[in-house]
Design a protein around this ligand. Structure first.
Ligand SMILES: C[S@@+](CC[C@H](N)C(=O)[O-])C[C@H]1O[C@@H](n2cnc3c(N)ncnc32)[C@H](O)[C@@H]1O
Length: 240
């Protein structure tokens, strides 16, 4: 997983700026390779990783043992649904090849918005998405119900970030590979954290195009239970 996601991660991270003093969170950190890359870039900052799988936490700790010893990296066990971090803590939050498994995407986005500093960036990166013209994305879409994967289109990615309160939202597609990177910034003044309601009567969600709103409301509530841990990822791919 570390090796296979490395090029995707490099491509996605090229779309955000990492400063040397940054405090960064990598959500769904898996084997910990993204954390290593981020810790090299934020050479005088601190990088946190969070993952709800014990195995991923252990793997991330092994990959980053030296930086953990130096106090530059910290790996925490936890879910994106209940991030165990203070408000306004991170200059950058990254999520590589993980949001497709989150059980409550709009709710998770609100949690990420909460822990982002005003002016902080978010980058969501994945190698499959709805509408991508690659074999793997088409197969993933077809098998989404069976695998539990939640695929959004490029447009829906943009709407997801905007609905969570992010500004300067951009969705970048690497068409030949079928990769996607959605980036946004928490407003400098902190902004308001929109509350999600399926009928769209609350907060920033009101601005949604209703077709997308319904799609996202459906996405946010349709999947019972936690997303599968990373270890089943290769197995899920095998089922495609
Ligand atoms: C396919 S792996 C990707 C790992 C890593 N980001 C990478 O690019 O190599 C997905 C990771 O997301 C984690 N994950 C999935 N759902 C999660 C959730 N709700 N909260 C926290 N972590 C989650 C899994 O445990 C797994 O480690």
């Amino acid at each position: 997983m570390n090796a296979s996601h490395s090029r995707l991660t490099d491509w996605g991270l090229a779309h955000v700026s990492v400063e040397k003093h940054d405090t960064i969170l990598d959500v769904g950190c898996g084997g910990g390779r993204t954390i290593s890359k981020l810790a090299r870039a934020a050479s005088q900052g601190k990088v946190y990783g969070v993952d709800f799988s014990d195995e991923s936490v252990a793997a991330s700790k092994r990959t980053n043992a030296r930086a953990i010893g130096l106090g530059r990296v910290e790996i925490v066990h936890g879910s994106v649904s209940q991030l165990p971090f203070s408000d306004d803590m991170f200059d950058l939050v990254t999520a590589v090849e993980t949001h497709i498994w989150w059980p409550d995407l709009p709710g998770s986005m609100r949690g990420i918005f909460r822990v982002s500093k005003p002016g902080g960036q978010l980058a969501i990166i994945a190698k499959v998405y709805k509408g991508a013209n690659t074999m793997v994305s088409r197969l993933a879409e077809k098998a989404a119900e069976r695998t539990g994967m939640m695929l959004l289109s490029a447009e829906e990615h943009g709407q997801l970030l905007t609905s969570a309160g992010y500004v300067h939202v951009q969705v970048i597609e690497e068409h030949t590979k079928g990769w996607i990177c959605a980036i946004g910034k928490k407003p400098n003044g902190g902004g308001t954290m929109p509350r999600w309601s399926p009928d769209g009567r609350e907060g920033g969600v009101r601005a949604c195009v209703s077709r997308q709103r319904l799609a996202l409301a459906h996405l946010g509530s349709a999947r019972p239970g936690p997303a599968p841990p990373c270890e089943i990822w290769p197995a899920a791919q095998g089922r495609l």
